[in-house]
Design a protein around this ligand. Structure first.
Ligand code: NDP
Length: 288
């Protein structure tokens, strides 16, 4: 392996240490940051994510409440729960774990969360703010990747960034955040013709596809920074990314591992956004 490893676990830990201090300061000022997580139904993967988010909140001294609702809940009932949380003073962040049962509209749910408490950064108002270069809650996965690049001192301005994947939660906001920092951005997806010819132009390559080890060294320029968002199982059932790590790490300049790369930073930025929301609340209170 010749590439430098970007250690997401280490960067996440350093960021969480700072957040812990900010939480202490907020508590002293009379505000304990609180995150509410809504889990609908009994999806095992969702439950694992939610448990991990709650543990991480507690570890930095934040409050975290879990609202578990049955799969059979109606859309209206769910929206009412969100409204209640919007009105609660002790809750600064609201997260509804996706995916939701088919009879509930993701769009309606996301749009019901108050933009001031939308710590996932999925509300159209917050997406619009991000697109127009305003300060807001950025979606946690791409935001975490930006923090990793900055921590490693990787230059973004003027670089060619290529994103593989255009989902609303990862690919699209990833490109926007890189553009905001003056990268030249190319989005690619399943309809892209000759993907490798695009990705080989990348100084910064982000793979957010959901296809185990799809990105081999043929897709990568010598010395590129390769960020692997994918969380897949390989043929032996082992967790792996979208990047063929063993192959690409001999060609890339920097690379993130899976696990221990983007994943720990995603949860960290959820904590960051919730602390930010509590700080906003304190600022408002001080101005009153
Ligand atoms: P989606 O399934 O929503 O999007 C996948 C994207 O990849 C789509 O835009 C799709 O194109 C594109 N794609 C699929 N196949 C190809 C192909 N052969 N060539 C080029 N592009 C392709 O996934 P997400 O964005 O939600 O997640 C991506 C991966 O990241 C998953 O493995 C997920 O588990 C992981 N993930 C990890 C997180 C973390 O914290 N580590 C957080 C969130 C996600 P098209 O639009 O044309 O269909």
């Amino acid at each position: 392996m010749t590439a430098k490893l970007i250690d997401g676990k280490k960067i996440a830990q350093a960021t969480r240490e700072n957040l812990k201090k900010e939480v202490e300061e907020l508590i002293e000022a009379g505000i304990k940051p609180g995150l509410a997580v809504i889990l609908v139904g009994d999806n095992q993967a969702s439950r694992t994510y939610v448990t991990s988010k709650q543990k991480s909140c507690k570890a930095i001294g934040m409050e975290s409440i879990l609202i578990e609702l049955p799969e059979s809940i109606t859309e209206n009932e769910l929206l009412q729960h969100i409204e209640e949380l919007n009105n609660r003073d002790d809750i600064h962040g609201i997260l509804v774990q996706l995916p939701l049962p088919k009879h509930i509209s993701d769009k309606k749910v996301i749009e019901t969360i108050s933009p001031e408490k939308d710590v996932d950064g999925f509300h159209p108002i917050n997406i619009g703010k991000m697109m127009t270069g305003q300060d807001t809650f950025f979606p946690c996965t791409p935001f975490g990747i930006m923090e990793m690049l900055k921590y490693e001192g990787i230059t973004i301005a003027g670089k060619n960034a290529v994103i593989v994947g255009r989902s609303n939660i990862v690919g699209k906001p990833m490109g926007q955040l890189l553009l905001n920092d003056n990268a030249t951005v190319t989005y690619t997806h399943s309809k892209t013709k000759d993907l490798a010819s695009c990705t080989k132009e990348a100084d910064i390559l982000v793979a957010a596809i959901g296809k185990a080890k799809m990105i081999t060294s043929e897709y990568v320029k010598e010395g590129a920074t390769v960020i692997d968002v994918g969380m897949n199982r390989d043929e032996n059932g082992k967790l792996c990314g979208d990047v063929d790590f063993a192959d690409v790490s001999n060609k890339a300049g920097h690379i993130t591992p899976v696990p221990g790369g983007v994943g720990p930073m995603t949860i960290t930025m959820l904590l960051y956004n919730t602390v930010k929301s509590a700080k906003n609340k304190l600022n408002h209170r001080n101005q009153e």
